[in-house]
Design a protein around this ligand. Structure first.
Ligand code: NAD
Length: 244
């Protein structure tokens, strides 16, 4: 059996699979990741991206943060791709229990996935640091300089910046889903960002699938390693159309 046939069999047999993904899941939607050749880290900005996306930078240089964030992190017109669509169908068909994502773009939900654990938050949720009022992505896109609340407070994206804690509730639920998974599919992530990357250590099964273009520290542990595009691979393995 080749890799695709094995993956196809494992997906069809799964009753409780979990997908764990990162920025590489959305590159086929036209959103750059961080560490690939075309990734955000390869571009020249005044400071390293990790600095500009940090808690300290947000609070000290809020206008510069928003300038970078609006330009580099927001892709409101990016559509879900074959990976997002296939995962939504796998959930609908009773094979997939949850998507655990490091992404902040909301594309899993847009494709129809219901049980999505967003470890790093979402660009679609924003809130006032003073009064807690909620704002959507359009509000951020239409704002200039620093987005302000009606109360005068600064609006912050509900995104986990470098130097900030992950939400414990989300982490707990994602951990429980991975512990209970019969198949764990890891895709489109360099597994370089902790504590998120450490979650895959919780998987206890014998069907760890890794679909990634580049090498990862978990390659040697994978029961099935596919070095290809995650959207193309998942849609080919589960027979969901890849075209827009
Ligand atoms: P990363 O940039 O470190 O790694 C992406 C990995 O995906 C690389 O190993 C690359 O080889 C692989 N890849 C790229 N395109 C692929 C494809 N089509 N198919 C298979 N593999 C592909 O990303 P990361 O591990 O998620 O960590 C970076 C952090 O950046 C995350 O915490 C995430 O929150 C954030 N981020 C999110 C978005 C988004 O929401 N779309 C975009 C950029 C960065």
């Amino acid at each position: 059996m080749n890799e695709l046939e094995t993956l196809s069999e494992w997906l069809n047999e799964a009753r409780n699979a979990v997908f764990f993904g990162g920025a590489g899941v959305s590159t086929e939607s036209g959103i750059p990741d961080f560490r690939s050749e075309q990734g955000i880290y390869r571009k020249k900005y005044p400071y390293p991206a990790e600095t500009m996306l940090s808690h300290a930078f947000f609070h000290s240089y809020t206008a510069e943060f928003y300038d970078f964030y609006r330009t580099v992190m927001l892709y409101p017109d990016a559509p879900p791709n074959a990976a997002h669509r296939t995962l939504a169908v796998l959930e609908r068909d009773g094979h997939l229990a949850a998507c655990v994502t490091q992404n902040i773009d909301g594309l899993h939900q847009l494709a129809g996935s219901r049980r999505v654990f967003e470890l790093h938050g979402s660009v679609h949720r924003n809130f006032c640091l003073r009064c807690g009022a909620a704002y959507d992505l359009t509000y951020i896109l239409n704002s200039t300089d620093i987005p302000r609340c009606a109360c005068g407070g600064t609006v912050k994206p509900d995104v986990v910046l470098y130097g900030e804690q992950l939400d414990y509730g989300t982490l707990d639920e994602a951990s429980a889903a991975i512990r209970a998974a019969d198949v764990l599919i890891v895709g489109g992530t360099s597994l370089a960002v902790y504590p998120a990357a450490g979650l895959i250590d919780l998987y206890r099964g014998q069907r760890l699938v890794l679909i990634n273009l580049g090498e990862t520290p978990a390659d040697a542990r994978a029961d099935l390693l596919v070095r290809d595009k995650v959207g193309e691979v998942l849609s080919a393995a589960y027979g969901v159309g890849g075209a827009e």
